[in-house]
Design a protein around this ligand. Structure first.
Ligand SMILES: NC(=O)c1ccc[n+]([C@@H]2O[C@H](COP(=O)([O-])OP(=O)(O)OC[C@H]3O[C@@H](n4cnc5c(N)ncnc54)[C@H](OP(=O)(O)O)[C@@H]3O)[C@@H](O)[C@H]2O)c1
Length: 217
C-alpha cells in the first residue's frame, strides 16, 4: 500500500523548472494560491534534498488563511542526511520526516533526530517503494510531490505517481543546464514514455494549468 501521489510543478513553456543558477520564480500569485490549497488538502508534501539546498523552502500552508494543523507532513528524500540543521524545513511550524539511507553519517542522522523524525530506507539511496510504504503506514493517504527533476524521474519511473499537475508560465528560459520538469536518466525510446490521460486544463492569471492522470501499464 502507498499514498496517492500528485506530482505538481511550475514550469516555463520550454519545460524548465529552474535556471542554471537555481532561480525558480516561475508562476504567478494565483498559482501559488493553487499550490497552497493543494498543500492544505494533502497529508504530506515531498521534495528531494537538492530542492531543499537550493531554495530553503518552508513547505507550509501560508499563502491562504490557515491554522497550524492545516500543514501537511514535510518529507525530504535525503540519502546522506545533508539537510542543514538551520534550514526552515526543520522548524517547528509543521512536522517533518527526513528519509535517509544506511549510507548516511550516523552523527548527522543523530543531529537531525534531535529536531525531527528520521526514517532509514535503502542502502545507498533512499528506496522510494520502502518510503511510500512507510508513509502509508504512518497514515499518509495523499502526497504532493514538489520536485525537483531528479526525484520526479525516480518517482515516475517506479510507477509511484498517479497524477501530474503542471502550471505553465508564458516564458522561455532555455539553457542545457537548466532543470526540466523531469530529468534523471530518461527513457531510451518514446514508446517507453510514461503515458498520461488528460484530466483538465484552465488558465490561471497569465499562466495555464494542465492536469493528467498517469496511466499505470
Ligand atoms: N519550479 C518548480 O516548481 C520547482 C519545484 C521543485 C524544485 N525546483 C528546482 O529543482 C532544482 C532541484 O532539482 P534536482 O533535480 O537537482 O534535485 P531534487 O530532485 O530536488 O533532489 C535530488 C536528490 O535527492 C536525493 N535522492 C535520494 N534518493 C533518491 C532517489 N531514490 N531518487 C532520486 N533522488 C534521490 C539525491 O541526493 P542524495 O543521494 O544526496 O540523497 C538526489 O541527488 C532546484 O533548483 C529547485 O529550485 C523547482
Amino acid at each position: 500500500m502507498r499514498p496517492y501521489v500528485i506530482l505538481n510543478s511550475a514550469m516555463t513553456l520550454d519545460g524548465k523548472i529552474a535556471t542554471k543558477t537555481g532561480s525558480s520564480e516561475i508562476s504567478g500569485p494565483e498559482d501559488l494560491i493553487r499550490v497552497h490549497k493543494i498543500r492544505k488538502e494533502v497529508d504530506a508534501i515531498m521534495v528531494g534534498i537538492n530542492t531543499v539546498l537550493a531554495d530553503d523552502p518552508r513547505l507550509t500552508v501560508h499563502k491562504i488563511p490557515s491554522v497550524p494543523s492545516d500543514n501537511p507532513l514535510r518529507v525530504v528524500v535525503d540519502s546522506r542526511a545533508r539537510t542543514p540543521l538551520e534550514f526552515r524545513i526543520l522548524n517547528t511550524d509543521a512536522p517533518t520526516l527526513i528519509a535517509v539511507s544506511e549510507s548516511a553519517d550516523p552523527q548527522k542522522v543523530e543531529a537531525l533526530k534531535k529536531k525531527v523524525d528520521v526514517v532509514s530506507c535503502g542502502d545507498k539511496r533512499v528506496d522510494l517503494q520502502c518510503l511510500m510504504a512507510e508513509l502509508h503506514g504512518r497514515g499518509v493517504k495523499t502526497l504532493m510531490l514538489e520536485g525537483g527533476s531528479t526525484l520526479n524521474y525516480s518517482m515516475l519511473s517506479q510507477g509511484l505517481v498517479d497524477e501530474v499537475r503542471v502550471c505553465i508560465a508564458p516564458m522561455i528560459a532555455g539553457g542545457r543546464d537548466s532543470k526540466t520538469l523531469v530529468d534523471g536518466e530518461g527513457i531510451g525510446h518514446m514508446k517507453d514514455a510514461f503515458k498520461m490521460e488528460f484530466k483538465k486544463s484552465y488558465s490561471l492569471g497569465k499562466d495555464m494549468v494542465v492536469e493528467y492522470h498517469v496511466v499505470h501499464e
